[in-house]
Design a protein around this ligand. Sequence first.
Ligand SMILES: [Ca+2]
Length: 313
Amino acid sequence: MTTLTTITTAARAALLPVALTIALTAGIPDAAAAGPPDPVLVYTFDADDLAAGTIADSSGNGLHGTLVNGSTAVLVDGAGGGRALDLPGGAAGSSGAYVRLPLDALKGKTDLTVSARVRWDGTTAPWQWIYALGKDTTRYLFTTPYNGDGRLRTAVTSSSAGGEAQVTGYTPLPSGSWKTLTVTLDTGAGRVTTYLDGAAVASAATTVTAAQLIDAATTSAGYIGRSFYPDPLFDGAIDDFRVYGAALSAEQVAAVAGGEVPTPTGLTRAEFDVRTTAGTPPALPAAVRASFSDGYDREIDKITIAPFAQRRG
Ligand SMILES: [Ca+2]
């Protein structure tokens, strides 16, 4: 990533090329931190009878889901034992199964976390939504494994597509194996963040709250496996689908993901050229691409510049 400050023609004569060395200081979650809050909805799929058309909520809150087109769904081996829900995908409006979520999964919430274990089949019809939280194409939060550019994308909006805050990975969601996808909507921080297997992939600024994803006319909190747009249905398996009425901290996200959280192993670029005028601190990259121990590149935004800058040339 190269960041250039805005400069005037008159200032060009004073340009100083600066090479910056960026030290890797991504936070590694502290396993001893406080545990996550109680979820408001948990679908394990372990004891569901798909013929009955109901997905049981094991949170104790009674927020059971409705399985639609259930004859095309099957139960498969789960991410950690038990069973998982396998959805066939297919074109919008086809007979592929999806789950409708009860309104109370969103009602009265401000912050939000959605987390699921996902085994995407890797079918690259773009814009399959793993989940759709919200009302319709004006108000929603979703994650797709593969957007129009073939990249993992989360977006949130309360003002249609044009108002989306977009969180985009460098590559698609890895397919063919179980991955834990977690998305936090933190209204205090004003951020929406995507995590993969407990490690943040990227985040974006937003002012949208969970309450703004629905309105008085909304009758459902949305779907698992279906978009609000006429996009393809999600093709893959889902397990341990959870909604929290809070924004989990990075440590709590890691705890929910379980297992070994991927750690940064290096930056894909260790030097960044920036330009500034003499006497003016250079504008530094807000985030940089880093490689991680699981082979999935993520954005790191907690960076320090050390030393502040080395002059080059
Ligand atoms: Ca399960």
